[in-house]
Each structure stands twice: as structure tokens, then as C-alpha cells.
Ligand binder design. Structure first.
Ligand code: PAF
Length: 279
């Protein structure tokens, strides 16, 4: 596995590979790799002749300095995981490489980025869009792979890629869960054993709601009450939001139908977990 740290070097590598007719799959990450990332890597490796993974903790997408500070960093371990997953190139730029002095262009994403994560983490998606476009311009991949746990992020990236004529297929990969249903996330590492035992309740409730709404249409208000009461009565978690939205437009809806997604954010102390299910 080759490790590349500069934008110019990855651009040269990528042009040479494309000239040689190779397809390039790309998985952007912020490190602290887990089995959810490994699933993205495997899809990319299976579908492309070359796979690039980037590790870059993007300060621009953190609206909260303590969250950025607390974000887990474990480069040594990540290198081993990437190697084991047959990644060809690990792109690990430092902050000065991505945001050199004088950097001043931020992508501003429209309505799709304004509710849910966008509302609760102001500026988050502008930061995500900016770094993803920079990474796509650096790696110039054939396809780029994202996890469906970050449902709104995938929608935002599809929108930006379409709007800015970026020639890259965006592939979304189903959420990987632990044996109790908890969606894998780098943030899970910060949960205490008690919180880790309670957090799967997020998916237990979402799954219950999905099954109920397959047989009867449910109002968003009923779903919101059921979920919030369920979390707050049986765990130490606090619901930040539960939104029931159209899966394509992400606009809030009043009653469920096929093509509805339920998105949630739950705090366990200072750890924020997100999840979603589509009906
Ligand atoms: O999903 C993530 O880990 C990040 O938001 C991403 C896409 C790597 C951009 O920093």
C-alpha cells in the first residue's frame, strides 16, 4: 500500500492510472476505521481496479470545537486495517495541505442541507461539501463510496456532484450494525459500557416503527412520540431530533408512505449518535 500525503502527488498517481485505463474507487474517511468503513472498502475493491482511501479529520465540518478535539484518532491502527483490506493508496493529507494559508472558498449547499443535521450543526454540510469536492478533485475517482448511516450526507453529496458537474458515480452502501443493531460509527468508541448497552435501543425502536408502518400509515407525530418516549424512558439518551422525511427531497412529511426515511440524532452524554431507516 502506498501512502501519499500531497495533493499534487495523488493527482499525478491518479492521472497515470486513468491513462492506463484503470478504474479508481475512492472512500473518503476521517479515520478511526471500523467494520462499517471496511464494508465500503470491500465494495470499492470489488468494483474497481484501484482503490484509494483518504484519512483526513476535516475541521471545516465540525461546528463544535470540543467535538473536533474529541474525535478519535488512531492512524497506526488505521494503516493496518487499510493494508488488510487491500487498499492501493492511502491519502493522508495534513491540514496545511488541504487548507493552506489563504484558503477561502466554501461551497454553500442549498435546501437539502438545511434541516436535520444541517439545522442542528450549522455549517456542517458546507464543510463536508467543500472537503469532498477537494478530495474528488485530488483523487479524480471513477466512483466514490459513502455509508447510508449518514443518509443526509449522501443526499448532499449527490446534489453537489450533480450541480458542479463532477464526473464521479456516488455509491451508497447499507449501514453496518453490531450484533445488537447499533449502527457502527467512530463515535461509538467514546461510549461508556452502560451507554454502549443502551444505544442499540435506537435501532430497536426504529425497526419496531418500520414494521408498524408497513401495515398501517403512521403520522409523523405518533412516530416522534413513540421514539422519544422509548429512548428517554428506557435509556440515559436524549433525543435531539427525529424527522420523518421524503427519501428523495428530504422534506418533512405528515404521514408515512413507501419512500419515507426516519432520521434521528440521540445524545448519550456528550456523544452524539445518528441513525436512520427507510420504509
Ligand atoms: O463521513 C465522513 O466520514 C466525512 O463526513 C467525510 C465524507 C469523510 C468528509 O469529511
Amino acid at each position: 500500500m502506498r501512502i501519499i500525503r500531497s495533493v499534487s502527488e495523488i493527482q499525478e498517481w491518479s492521472s497515470a492510472e486513468r491513462r492506463a485505463g484503470k478504474s479508481i474507487g475512492f472512500v473518503p474517511t476521517m479515520g478511526a476505521l471500523h467494520l462499517g468503513h471496511a464494508e465500503l472498502f470491500r465494495r470499492s475493491v470489488a468494483e474497481n481496479q484501484r482503490t484509494v482511501v483518504s484519512i483526513f479529520v476535516n475541521s471545516l465540518q465540525f461546528n463544535n470545537a470540543s467535538d473536533l478535539e474529541a474525535y478519535p484518532r488512531q492512524l497506526e491502527q488505521d494503516l493496518l486495517i487499510a493494508e488488510r483490506e487491500n487498499i492501493d493508496v492511502l491519502f493522508v493529507p495534513n491540514p496545511e495541505e488541504m487548507y493552506p494559508e489563504g484558503f477561502s472558498s466554501i461551497i454553500s449547499v442549498g435546501s437539502i442541507a438545511k434541516n436535520m443535521e444541517g439545522l442542528h450543526r450549522p455549517g456542517h454540510f458546507d464543510g463536508v461539501a467543500t472537503v469532498v469536492v477537494k478530495l474528488l478533485n485530488a483523487v479524480a475517482p471513477t466512483g466514490s463510496y459513502f455509508g447510508e448511516k449518514d443518509f443526509q450526507q449522501v443526499a448532499v453529496i449527490r446534489q453537489v456532484v450533480r450541480d458542479l458537474n463532477i464526473s464521479c458515480e456516488i455509491v451508497s452502501v447499507p449501514t453496518v450494525r453490531d450484533e445488537y443493531g447499533l449502527a457502527l460509527s467512530s463515535r461509538n468508541a467514546r461510549l461508556t459500557p452502560d451507554q454502549l448497552a443502551q444505544a442499540p435501543q435506537i435501532y430497536v425502536l426504529l425497526d419496531e416503527i418500520t414494521k408498524m408502518s408497513r401495515t398501517t400509515k403512521m403520522s409523523s407525530r405518533t412516530i416522534q412520540e413513540h421514539f422519544t418516549n422509548g429512548i428517554e424512558s428506557s435509556t440515559a439518551g436524549t433525543v435531539e431530533y427525529i424527522e420523518i422525511v421524503d427519501s428523495l427531497t428530504l422534506n418533512p412529511i405528515a404521514t408515512t408512505y413507501e419512500g419515507t426515511t426516519i432520521c434521528v440524532a440521540v445524545w448519550f452524554d456528550d456523544v452524539r449518535l445518528i441513525d436512520n431507516v427507510s420504509i
